[in-house]
Write a protein that binds this ligand. Structure first.
Ligand SMILES: Cc1ncc(COP(=O)(O)O)c(C=O)c1O
Length: 443
């Protein structure tokens, strides 16, 4: 009979909460769960309008297109689709991915691609290949939250580079590089989402793309271009991908998550030869081979369905939701400022200086609306008075209702802060400190 081990049996280790505390690798220090995670569990209740998560609206994809593809795969090559596959990914699918990328001006060879388990996994593999603890990753400020998690999990030193309404600011990039080099640190890559960025929705202009590439080239810095949203444009095609003009200095990440469905978990990396060889080995070490089954199903779908027409359908759905969100912001919160995305999933809102979006979130969830606080998108605590709103999932009516609820919360917060700022007898009740305890109603 096995005896259950208690903390006392493990030499020099745990505590009452975690018997393995003290055994974890140092890199796991970067894997702290965010404080807003628990709230998001509440926010997923149906009565809450969630403007928080970036979930694609997969219901706009006719299910029979997928069930038909699955049936044909099983009837014609079921045994192969259920088997392990190549660590680099299925050659036929890689050919088709070339066609997808050609829509954004990218020309490449089928051998240059590695299929991964979503682009998230490609992000992790590239980070694993390049980052030693303390190495610098340059990233837009703000940046995709789960990229920050990956970089932290490899103990990278994340340095944000400022952006404006035209994307990353080249001059700010130059200055950061000079400062970091002067401090004797090694910059391994620039991580960028240049088209319809997550979380801002902003797109880097073509001129700036060329300038950023030139700056990175002349400083020996690799560019990691992450482009999940580029084909989801609402006003006409955005500038071509950075990879379309620079082969040797760019690793490009793509995915079927937003143009088809994230449940397949199929993405890819397009990388210069030497990097790609290492990526294949790292991919094999991590997963042996990406899912053969979902690669076959996607390949069959691309062969048989009007996939470009389906992307057009998605554009229409998201354009309508973007419009609903911008109109509602204009109606309910006219004195705030926000970005106007020409594609993608997100609007980035700036609150008055003294409002802390993270502290306000419990109140918002109580009013049955959720968003993502701006601090989630920075590694350095910036973004307190910012928040990200995702318009991809709720219907236009729900979006409008969500913004109405949000306006109630923001206006309530303003009143509260005005009251405190006029009460000289309560000098310690500054917004930062007054919010540090959870509100009683959520306690
Ligand atoms: C900027 C960015 N990169 C990568 C990903 C991950 O996507 P995937 O589903 O391909 O792993 C996302 C998902 O939201 C994203 O917004």
């Amino acid at each position: 009979m096995g005896q259950r081990m208690t903390t006392a049996h493990i030499p020099g280790s745990g505590n009452n909460l975690d018997q393995w505390y003290g055994h974890y690798a140092a890199r796991t220090a970067g894997l702290a769960a965010s404080e807003v995670r628990a709230l998001f569990a509440v926010a997923s209740r149906p009565e809450v309008v969630s403007l928080a998560g970036g979930m694609p609206f997969v219901s706009a994809l006719p299910k029979e297109l997928i069930s038909g593809a699955i049936e044909r795969v099983m009837a014609t090559r079921g045994a192969v689709a259920l088997q392990y596959g190549s660590g680099q990914g299925m050659p036929a699918l890689r050919e088709q991915i070339l066609e997808v990328m050609a829509l954004e001006g990218i020309r490449a060879g089928v051998d240059d691609l590695v299929v991964t388990t979503g682009s998230q996994h490609a992000l992790e593999l590239v980070t694993k290949l390049f980052i030693n603890p303390g190495d610098v990753v340059l990233a837009e400020g703000p940046s995709y939250v789960t990229a920050i998690t990956v970089f932290k999990s490899f103990q990278a030193d994340i340095k944000h580079v400022a952006m404006d309404e035209f994307g990353l600011i080249p001059e700010a990039l130059r200055e950061s590089i000079t400062q970091i080099k002067a401090a004797g640190k090694t910059i391994k890559f620039l991580y960028t989402v240049p088209t319809f960025s997550n979380p801002t929705g902003i797109t880097l202009t073509w001129e700036r793309r060329l300038e950023v590439l030139e700056i990175c080239r002349s400083n020996g810095i690799l560019v990691l271009e992450d482009n999940p949203y580029g084909l989801l444009y609402f006003e006409g095609q955005p500038p071509h991908a950075m990879r379309s003009v620079e082969e040797d200095g760019v690793v490009y990440l793509g995915t079927f998550s937003k143009t088809l469905a994230p449940g397949f978990r199929v993405g890819w990396a397009l990388a210069p030869h030497a990097i790609r060889e290492k990526l294949i080995l790292a991919n094999e070490a991590a997963v042996l081979s990406p899912s053969s089954f979902t690669q076959h199903v996607i390949s069959e779908y691309l062969d048989s369905a009007d996939w470009k027409g389906q992307i057009e359908t998605f554009r229409g759905v998201y354009r309508e939701r973007r419009d609903a969100m911008l109109a509602a912001l204009g109606d309910y919160l006219p004195d705030l400022s926000w970005t106007t995305p020409a594609g993608g999933f997100y609007v980035w809102v700036t609150l008055p200086d003294n409002i802390d979006a993270k502290s306000m979130l419990p109140r918002a969830v109580k009013e049955l609306v959720a968003y993502t606080p701006g601090t989630a998108f920075y590694a350095d605590g910036s973004g307190r008075n910012k928040l990200r709103l995702a318009f991809c999932y709720p219907t236009p009516d729900f979006i409008r209702e969500g913004i109405r609820r949000l306006s109630t919360v923001i206006n309530g917060e303003r009143e509260l802060l005005n009251t405190f700022s006029q009460t000289t007898a309560l000098p310690v009740m500054r917004p930062e400190t007054s919010m540090s305890n959870p509100p009683a109603n959520l306690g």
